[in-house]
Design a protein around this ligand. Structure first.
Ligand SMILES: NC(=O)c1ccc[n+]([C@@H]2O[C@H](COP(=O)([O-])OP(=O)(O)OC[C@H]3O[C@@H](n4cnc5c(N)ncnc54)[C@H](OP(=O)(O)O)[C@@H]3O)[C@@H](O)[C@H]2O)c1
Length: 117
């Protein structure tokens, strides 16, 4: 029988630039943490900078040789998404992986803010 996949099977990803959306908690947090363990430069794309700061401290405490970056990003606002992309492009010339994790379920109907269009 083949071995079950586990995070330890992730290969070395040193030098790669990844962005995980919604990494303050849950699946996104664990994903960013395991990538950090494998050498990824993580950018946590978060709508709540206080929560993101706490998440980054937890990751850096567990994996001391990593440096997590936080950038403001609210999927409910196209202005915010646009600003994120603009800021990202000022700092980095490429992105290796985008993990589109942020999301919520079972919420009241709401429209995305569209002001920059
Ligand atoms: N857990 C499950 O069983 C399950 C099943 C099916 C699908 N999923 C999906 O998997 C993903 C992660 O789930 P999870 O259980 O880990 O959820 P979670 O712990 O609630 O984490 C969701 C993350 O998404 C962020 N987020 C929500 N709306 C956002 C927005 N408008 N802009 C930016 N960030 C936003 C939250 O930010 P804040 O910290 O600011 O709230 C949080 O960091 C979600 O997309 C969820 O719908 C989960």
């Amino acid at each position: 029988m083949s071995e079950k996949w586990a995070a330890k099977n992730i290969p070395n990803l040193s030098g790669k630039v990844f962005t995980v959306t919604g990494a303050n908690s849950g699946i996104g947090f664990e994903t960013a943490k395991e990538f950090a363990r494998k050498g990824v430069k993580n950018i946590l794309a978060s709508r709540n900078l206080d929560k993101a700061e706490k998440a980054s401290v937890k990751i850096e405490k567990e994996i001391p040789d990593t440096a997590v970056e936080i950038m403001l990003f609210d999927l409910a606002s196209l202005d915010s998404i646009n600003s994120f992309a603009t800021e990202f492009k000022k700092k980095y010339d490429h992105l290796d992986v985008l993990v589109n994790n942020a999301g919520i379920m079972m919420v009241p109907y709401q429209k995305t803010a569209l002001s920059f269009l």
